[in-house]
Write a protein that binds this ligand. Sequence first.
Ligand SMILES: Cc1cc2nc3c(=O)[nH]c(=O)nc-3n(C[C@H](O)[C@H](O)[C@H](O)COP(=O)(O)O)c2cc1C
Length: 538
Amino acid sequence: MRILVINGSPKGERSNTWQLTQAFLDGIAEQLGADGIEQRTVVVRDSNIQPCLGCFSCWRNEKGACCLKDDMQSIISDRTWADVTIWSFPLYYFGVPGPLKNLIDRQLPMALPFMEERTDGVGNGSHPSRYNMADKRNVIISTCGFYTAKGNYDSVLTQFDHMCGKGNYETVLCGQGELFRVPELHERTDAYLEVVRRAGSEFARGTIAPDTRKELGQLLYPRQAFEAMADASWGISRETGKAEDETIVFTRQMAALYNPASFDGAERVLEMDYTDRGTSCCVVLGKDSATVVTDGSVTPTTSIHTPYDVWRDIAQGKISGTDALAQHLYRVTGDFDLMIRWGEIFGDPNGGADSPESSTDGSGLKPPVMLAMLIPWIAFWTTMSIGPMVGAVGTIVACAVTALAFCQHEHTFYDYLSLACVLALVAASVAGVPFSVLSPVSFVAFGLMWLVSALWFVPVSSYYVKGSYGGDSALGNAIFIDTNRIICLVWGVTYLAAAVVSFFAPQITIVTSQLLPIPAAIFTVVFQRWYPAHVARG
Ligand SMILES: Cc1cc2nc3c(=O)[nH]c(=O)nc-3n(C[C@H](O)[C@H](O)[C@H](O)COP(=O)(O)O)c2cc1C
């Protein structure tokens, strides 16, 4: 495929739109392979393209030669060479930028002077093409500054209807174009670029699929969030017209990402205390929106004490917030719950990929659940206390039901290990080993599983609760792992204690297995909230 790319942004390669164009080209290359593509690029900004003089000398000249000698001759030859022309440009005043309009005007030599009727219902009258352009394809890729592309490209599309024939071109038109240069938002813009890449592949195969087209039309951010971010980005107060401190601008942009759906009835006030700048901004997280208050008139419920650069690096994804917290690069005082729910409160307004319900490994399975690991053990302790026969049948039935009930969930190594241990214990019981022996052995095995995982590996509990803390990324979070390590140690010791009790009193195994964990459970509930907040306070 021969591709001519016309970059009509005055910013050249620093253009927002160019990122989309690159993604589209990557998609084509992915489909056709690098050898399947020949590409020529015209950067309008760097080309010598003079405005048309309107002298019609090109039409008087039988070869269609323009009297102006500049880069247009080679551009016209590129246009006739290419199978596909990609027009990449920003929307300027609801049209194409001026220099690109010059290029379009200077294509007059590509037409013959004679009058011709149009057959596609676009306008009245046209000129026949001097060259055979019938099978040539055109793609318009453009970004604009308003929140949506919808309704803003009517002039451009009408112009291309006239140039190429009605709708005889593909489009990738994207609002909120300036967001493509904001590193803090790269996760969202990268996701959009991925859709553009897919569109490129589909275009190379034939045409952009309806689903992809629909995704291309989706807003990067909801209108309200985008416009709040955009307004804040100028660093000028709307009320006073005066320049604002960059920490206030930054906080306003952060507040713009507030997700009102996370409001749970309690109004929270997040204070951003920029320790190196001596400034502090409060974000009031209300029912419908987040408001930035800088006059000290509100009382914070959570305060983040951080150097400005640290928080900016976190926002840009250069360091994760939890890693920075573990390294004591910032401190948090007050209600730590807000930090735990950060992803939900300032998260992705379009989806919530990190929600606990979503699959963590792309397999379509739900996250693992601890019950899948616990039920076989509980069934063993409960039913074996009644008798070996009831125990064997009850435990096996419970294992089978558990496997069925959680078949839609991912399984961890510890689910399988538990199942294997419990079935081995059942087999030993069937072989005649008395419960007075099996009971302490089972508690030792269960306790060791927690202890060994806590001391040498990723603690057992981490796998089951990571979904509420950002998914797999939580496994790399030192505070999360330390919290779980300590909790697992407590559970390990608890069950070793249970082993001792059941060694001396196997007849009360059912009571032991149900009462001993109560203090450990209370500890877990309290500790998992207290410890991260304690570390965060510095
Ligand atoms: C002179 C000028 C005119 C603009 N006119 C519009 C417009 O009419 N509608 C719009 O949504 N954005 C408009 N914008 C915003 C740009 O289209 C937007 O910033 C775009 O993402 C820039 O893309 P680029 O980086 O590829 O040049 C205008 C920008 C400038 C500088």
